[in-house]
Write a protein of this length. Structure first.
Length: 270
């Protein structure tokens, strides 16, 4: 008894879906999670990895099957049959990618919104009628609301080829970014020359820094440790060496670091 091709196709599809899901849950290709945004981003990565694994295995398997099944046989000298006009197949391979792309787009928007990417950003108001727009990607709220809470404000300056970090509360300037675990941090990023990018893989955060466009980036670190800060935009001949470190301290350790580095006048005022 010959099994109908529709049943074979259905079984193969189910195997591919189960296999892709198993791979996405079994393989851990990302670094450790060190911020509250990391688990949210990893949800999207697993979905994209599942879809990619299904497509890769399915298309590779179909290619290998076609190479074996429809290879030129011994004694064949003519061309193969020209098969055209399979309307159901054309509808299928048009509809399925459209549905997948629509799903990925909507799900990506939801992930970006949950990470704070759709939170309205405040504007910096100057002395005159002009106001300076604050550009940004990930934020937990407007600048005004953040300053009124327990958020730690830090100013980040990107230049060829280094990052500088300024803490307004203690008037500290450092080459490393020190933040306490569990406390929200609000970065105001500014580029002095060309386009740079602030990227911490363990935080699952990357924000472009464009000259003339002050940018806001908020996060909350959750795992104490030292993590690399990488410039992810080609910014010149020494771009590969433009790196720094974010040090996530326990709250008591961060208080000690802040007290030992803050200027006396700033400490007295605080």
């Amino acid at each position: 008894m010959q099994i109908p091709s529709a049943i074979i196709t259905l079984v193969i599809g189910m195997v591919l879906v189960i296999g892709g899901f198993w791979l996405s849950q079994s393989l851990n290709l990302l670094p450790v999670q060190a911020s509250i945004n990391a688990p949210i981003y990893d949800e999207l990565f697993k979905v994209l990895f599942t879809i990619g694994a299904i497509l890769f295995i399915g298309m590779t398997g179909l290619l290998v099957f076609s190479l074996i099944r429809f290879r030129r046989r011994s004694g064949q000298v003519g061309d193969g049959l020209a098969i055209e006009g399979n309307l159901p197949l054309e509808i299928f391979w048009t509809a399925v990618p459209a549905v997948v792309v629509l799903f990925v787009g909507l799900y990506s928007y939801d992930i970006y919104d949950r990470m704070g990417g759709m939170v309205p950003l405040a504007h910096d108001h100057g002395m005159g009628a002009q106001e300076q727009r604050v550009w940004g990607g990930i934020s937990s709220g407007s600048i005004d609301s953040e300053m009124a809470s327990n958020v730690l404000p830090i100013e980040v300056t990107a230049m060829q080829f280094a990052f500088l970090f300024h803490y307004p509360e203690g008037d500290i300037i450092a080459g490393e970014l020190h933040v306490p675990a569990g406390r929200p941090v609000s970065l105001k990023l500014e580029a002095k020359d060309v386009i740079h990018a602030f990227w911490v893989p363990e935080f699952r955060l990357k924000q472009d820094i464009i000259p003339g466009q002050p940018t806001q980036l908020s996060f909350t670190a959750t795992r104490p440790g030292r993590y690399p800060i990488v410039c992810a935009e080609l910014c010149g001949p020494y771009h590969g060496g433009m790196r720094s470190t974010v040090v996530v301290d326990e709250p008591d350790e961060w208080d000690s670091w802040f007290s030992s580095n803050a200027k006396p006048a700033a400490t007295t005022e605080a």
